[in-house]
Design a protein around this ligand. Sequence first.
Ligand code: DGI
Ligand code: FE
Ligand code: FE
Ligand code: FE
Length: 187
Amino acid sequence: MKIELAIEKVKPHLTEARFRHTLRVAETAVHLAGVYNGSISKAELAAVFHDYAKYRPLREMEHWIKKSSLPKDLLGYHSELWHGPVGSLLVEWEHGIADTEIQDAIHFHTTGRANMSKLEKIIFLADYIEPGRKFPGVEEVREMAQQDLTKACWMASKNTISHLMKKNATIYPDSFYAYNDLTNQIN
Ligand code: DGI
Ligand code: FE
Ligand code: FE
Ligand code: FE
């Protein structure tokens, strides 16, 4: 799919602020793909669709999780974790994007997972460091993103888990698997 068409398809599904976030994630992902010799076109398309399902009604997302082969344990965790997995299905069903690499990058953009591909790392990181993000510690991650993709993902993963634990939130297993695997990769 051409990127202009993808942007047109995504826009009506997002709020204005979320749409601008999406465009910044796409710019950041394209930049990272250039730095790390990844596929620019896949990075851009995955980024444009990464939050595609963010505003679907919870009941609809719950329905797709139950009906599809997505892991059922998602339903026992915060509904914020559903839009990546559900989005990875909807891009195929609604727009014919049947590229497993792109779909996995959308699927795991919130939590990460063990053994992330380069494209998965690029989208996970771009979502975290896009210029509109103001998380504590994000500037250090932005700097590391120019040097070492895996180390920067590790920092993002660690910051997110630490932040969630301080809030007494539950942590989805893939978030821990991502952190543990990235820790092994950088050492
Ligand atoms: O969709 P975005 O806001 O651009 O960003 P995102 O998809 O990376 O994250 C959505 C939310 O999910 C964010 O508030 C952090 C949260 N999150 C990430 N990992 C976990 C999590 N929440 C819980 N409860 N558990 C996790 O493992
Ligand atoms: Fe998201
Ligand atoms: Fe994220
Ligand atoms: Fe996002």
